[in-house]
Design a protein around this ligand. Structure first.
Ligand code: MN
Length: 169
């Protein structure tokens, strides 16, 4: 089975968010998660489906200049591989994507579940949910977002903002 890329970018754009990206069919399926992921199954995190990104973007870490789309600092917050639990196209169409993550910070079983569209809604609203397994951590005990260094370079957002792209990113 091919190894499919998984990455979460922390993105200090106009509104700070995390971008979950999953390789599929030569692109990165992408969701913007305003509050970021949680290892607590009780946290159902809003995840707005956004445009697919090119595969090459998976390793990007640096600063997107003012005036460009997504201007702001971008960190490779987590990376690794993902394993869909079935046919990706069918799960997307059904509005329920089940998968495993094999990252440095996130692992175990997860789901993206599409919410019922609302009148006048722009874009697709999904929920990012941690399934119950050995990777669960109650957020009252541990918030994975406290892990605030790059999985690629070990840098903080402030260090990336001042240094820009790293040679080994
Ligand atoms: Mn973004």
């Amino acid at each position: 089975m091919d190894r499919l890329a998984y990455v979460i970018h922390e993105h200090a754009a106009r509104q700070h968010h995390y971008d979950l990206r999953l390789e599929h069919d030569g692109v990165l399926l992408s969701w913007a998660v305003p509050k970021g992921p949680s290892l607590d199954p009780a946290d159902k995190r809003l995840a707005m489906r956004v445009d697919d990104h090119p595969l090459e973007h998976a390793g990007f870490e640096g600063v997107i200049p003012e005036g460009e789309y997504g201007a702001g600092t971008v960190m490779v917050w987590d990376r690794g591989a993902w394993q869909p639990a079935g046919d990706v196209a069918e799960m997307l169409a059904a509005g329920r994507l089940e998968f495993r993550l094999l990252g440095a910070k996130l692992a175990g079983a997860w789901a993206l579940v599409r919410m019922r569209p609302r009148p006048g809604e722009r874009g697709e609203s999904w929920l990012l949910i941690k399934h119950r397994d050995e990777e669960v951590r109650p957020r009252s005990e541990y918030d994975v977002l406290a892990e605030d260094r790059s999985a690629a370079t070990g840098r903080t957002m402030a260090e990336i903002a001042s240094e820009g792209a790293a040679g080994n990113a």
